[in-house]
Ligand binder design. Structure first.
Ligand code: ZN
Length: 82
């Protein structure tokens, strides 16, 4: 799979994404948000969200790939399984 151009789901910047079956979604590489995974289920309705962007920064500070996923409580961020 080759990366494809896509707008970042969090900030709208021109970025790249690559489909990942391991993440059950996509891995985005954004110039301002960095790299993060997002499950397909979490893509719908996700917009700019300052708390998610903060969570991404925290996880990246620990050297983890953030993964955005959706559960009953809504969209949340945790360490990815990569
Ligand atoms: Zn972004």
């Amino acid at each position: 799979m080759l990366p494809e151009p896509a707008n970042c789901r969090l900030c709208g910047s021109a970025s790249e994404r690559i489909r990942s079956s391991k993440l059950r979604g996509f891995r985005y590489t954004c110039p301002s948000c960095g790299s993060f995974g997002i499950e397909s289920a979490a893509l719908a309705g996700l917009g700019a969200n300052a708390s998610i962007q903060q969570d991404l920064a925290h996880l990246r500070a620990y050297g983890l790939l953030p993964l955005i996923h959706r559960d009953k409580q809504g969209v949340s961020v945790g360490p990815g399984r990569v």
